[in-house]
Design a protein around this ligand. Structure first.
Ligand code: THU
Length: 140
């Protein structure tokens, strides 16, 4: 069932709240993600940086790993919120798109916004990662 605008806004609000817990001493770029599971549960994640830089975890992957660990594998949507727009837009990085494509179906909405403009963009997983190299047995 498609997400209502109210549901999308509510999920973004959770992502924004979660971003307050981001650990970003190196980039000062807090990001929050909120996953809406099929059963209605919301699982949040933040970016967790590391002094080695390369071991930094993005908010999207943190949320997914938390959700899978908690027994949720099917999702209706994900919202991503960032504190600002350093590069002109706030979209999941390439690594996150690949990990998201493992669990989010191609038509799953990815809701994105930031506090700098407040503009809300919604793209599908398929739009963010066309022709994804996906699991051999996709979730139905
Ligand atoms: N980051 C995310 O958490 N999600 C995104 O979609 C883009 C980038 C984080 C990683 C790093 O902590 C910081 O933002 C700067 O790249």
């Amino acid at each position: 069932m498609p997400l209502t605008p109210h549901q999308a806004e509510a999920l973004l609000a959770q992502a924004r709240l979660a971003a307050e817990n981001a650990y970003t001493p190196y980039s000062d770029f807090p990001v929050g993600a909120a996953l809406l599971a099929e059963n209605g549960q919301v699982i949040c994640g933040v970016n967790v940086e590391n002094a080695s830089f390369g071991l930094t975890l993005c908010a999207e992957r943190t949320a997914l790993v938390k959700a899978i660990s908690d027994g949720q594998q099917r999702f209706q949507a994900i919202a991503v919120w960032a504190s600002r727009r350093p590069h002109g837009s706030v979209t999941p990085c390439g690594a996150c798109r690949q990990v998201m494509a493992e669990f989010l179906k191609p038509d799953t909405p990815v809701i994105m916004s930031d506090s700098q403009t407040g503009e809300v963009r919604i793209l599908t997983m398929a739009a963010l990662l066309p022709e994804a190299f996906g699991p051999t047995t996709p979730l139905t």
